[in-house]
Each structure stands twice: as structure tokens, then as C-alpha cells.
Design a protein around this ligand. Structure first.
Ligand SMILES: Cc1cc2nc3c(=O)[nH]c(=O)nc-3n(C[C@H](O)[C@H](O)[C@H](O)COP(=O)(O)OP(=O)(O)OC[C@H]3O[C@@H](n4cnc5c(N)ncnc54)[C@H](O)[C@@H]3O)c2cc1C
Length: 262
């Protein structure tokens, strides 16, 4: 038996960097460093653990849709231990929204071949957390999302979803899409051996034509959403310091009431 796992990994702009919108109100990715979305490291980790705990042959493919530099995210996932990578890159993807991104990802997952798709719970930039559900719908397979524990056995994926009031034990037949949370287990650091091995692992590059997609189905033209305007966040103002000379508590309450916090 063999198990093919595809892990979707997003290359995101470094949140500590200075980020801007370009003139067409798309995210300006030039001059901004990027990295593998931290929450997707948990998805890679869970794929590796499923592989390590399985008697089957498990093949882990990491997949990203993104610009040239998105290869860095793939290399990191490969150095953690994934077997191979697919990078979907095309100039016509410029300005693609979440609907378009899920279309491209679904086509690439189908082309790569899969039994299980593992995603992060959300990206650290867009943070919508909707891609796994969109993928399940497009692929026509069950989705089991927000798992803090996941395992695969006898053609089924099972896992635990922790809510505020209860924990649910969930199960779906394969093929399926799951997403995992940051409670699923610390992601491992790539070892030196892993980093060296990653350099030799295969990275396939696909464009839209490889996925039988037309430019108008994605990019700004195919987007279902449009950014109408964007305003830079105002600079932080200096805080108010309340000096306690006997009336501190009162002044504090007055300040909070003035801000409508109380
Ligand atoms: C080339 C390109 C240009 C884009 N330009 C813009 C833009 O200018 N403005 C804009 O608003 N949006 C743009 N997008 C779309 C946006 O960056 C997101 O990819 C998309 O909207 C997903 O939303 P999210 O990040 O909230 O995903 P979530 O639903 O929060 O992500 C959940 C999980 O889905 C997977 N995932 C999400 N995105 C990707 C991906 N790209 N590759 C692999 N796995 C993924 C990850 O596992 C992630 O943890 C662009 C996308 C691409 C590919």
C-alpha cells in the first residue's frame, strides 16, 4: 500500500517587514522578504509524523502557488523531510484572489495525485482560513478541519478537533482534505543533513498551461473580489501617562470611559 500526501505551503511576506500595496492595489511583493508561513510548518510536521508512524510507503509532496521566491518555502519544507515539491508560478497569477488560488491549488493537487491533503489552519498573511474548505469542495472529497491531532489508518483519516466547550473525534474516508492547528505538535527544525538533502530533492515548476487553466480564470481579471481602496495605517501616537498622585484610579477610569472602554 502507498499513501500520497500533498501539503499546501504558502510563502508569505515577513510580517516584521515594511509592506505596501502596489499601484493596482495588489500586494507589493518586491523588496519584501518572505518565508514559509509558520502555521504551515505544523502541516508539514503532521505529514512527516504520519509517514514515520506508517507501515505503508508514504510520499510527501509540498505544493505552493506563488512568485519565484516561493521556492524558499518549498526548500524549507523539503529540508524538514518532505520528499518532493511542486511550484506553480505564472505571471498571469498576479492579483489572484482566494477563489483563484484554490482553483490553481486544486488543479495542481489533482495533477500531482493524492490520497490526503494537509493544510495549515490559516496563512499568516491572508489569515482567511478558508482554503482547505474550498479545496475539499473543488476536489469533491471530505474535509476534516482544525485538527489538533491527526492519524491515518485503514484508508481513513481520524483526528481531534478541540473547541471551547468540547473536543470532537472526527473521521473521514480517504481521499480527504484536513487542516491542522498550531496545537498539533511543535514543528521540527531542519537538521544540517536535511538542509543538504533538500538541495537534491526534485522541485517541479508548473505554469497555468500545465494545469489546463486560462489566464482569465485567475489573476486580477478572474478575481471575484476587488480592493477598491487602501489607506496606510496612521502612525502610532504617544500614549497617555497617568501619574498617580492620589487621583490615579479616578483619572484612569475617566480615560477609559472617554475611550468608551467602560
Ligand atoms: C501569485 C499570487 C498573487 C496574489 N496576489 C494577491 C494580491 O495582490 N492581493 C490579495 O489580496 N491576494 C493575493 N493573492 C491571494 C492570497 O495571497 C492568498 O493566497 C489567497 O487569498 C489565500 O488566502 P489566505 O492566505 O487567507 O489563505 P488561508 O485560507 O488562510 O490558508 C489556509 C491554508 O491554505 C494553504 N494555502 C493558502 N494559500 C496558499 C498558496 N498560495 N500556496 C499554497 N498553499 C496555500 C496553506 O496551507 C494555508 O495554511 C495572490 C495569490 C497568488 C498565488
Amino acid at each position: 500500500m502507498s499513501l500520497r500526501i500533498v501539503v499546501t505551503v504558502k510563502y508569505v511576506p515577513d510580517a516584521t517587514g515594511d509592506r505596501h500595496f502596489a499601484d493596482d492595489l495588489t500586494v507589493d511583493r518586491d523588496d519584501v522578504d518572505g518565508l514559509l508561513s509558520e502555521l504551515d510548518e505544523y502541516a508539514v510536521e503532521q505529514a512527516l509524523q504520519i509517514s514515520e508512524n506508517s507501515d505503508d510507503d508514504v510520499e510527501i509532496t509540498v505544493l505552493t502557488v506563488g512568485p519565484e521566491d516561493a521556492k524558499d518555502a518549498l526548500r524549507k519544507a523539503l529540508s524538514m523531510g518532505a520528499d518532493k515539491a511542486v511550484h506553480v508560478e505564472d505571471d498571469d497569477l498576479h492579483g489572484t484572489d482566494v477563489i483563484g488560488t484554490s482553483l490553481v491549488l486544486a488543479k495542481a493537487i489533482e495533477k500531482a495525485g493524492y490520497d490526503l491533503v494537509i493544510s495549515g489552519l490559516a496563512s499568516t498573511d491572508g489569515t482567511m482560513g478558508v482554503v482547505p474548505a474550498l479545496l475539499a469542495e473543488r476536489l469533491g472529497v471530505p474535509q476534516v478541519t482544525l485538527l489538533s491531532e491527526v492519524s491515518v489508518e485503514d484508508g481513513k483519516v481520524t483526528g481531534r478537533r478541540d473547541g471551547d466547550a468540547a473536543s470532537e473525534q472526527l473521521e473521514a474516508s480517504l481521499p480527504a482534505v484536513v487542516s491542522v492547528t498550531d496545537q498539533s505538535g511543535e514543528a521540527r527544525y531542519p537538521s544540517f543533513k536535511g538542509i543538504m538533502a533538500a538541495k537534491k530533492k526534485p522541485v517541479e515548476s508548473w505554469d497555468l498551461s500545465d494545469l489546463d487553466l486560462e489566464a482569465g480564470e485567475v489573476g486580477l481579471e478572474g478575481a471575484w473580489t476587488k480592493v477598491e481602496s487602501a489607506t496606510a495605517r496612521p502612525a502610532r501616537t504617544a500614549g497617555t501617562i497617568v501619574k498617580d498622585e492620589g487621583e490615579g484610579g479616578k483619572q484612569l477610569a475617566e480615560f477609559l470611559a472617554g475611550q468608551k472602554f467602560i
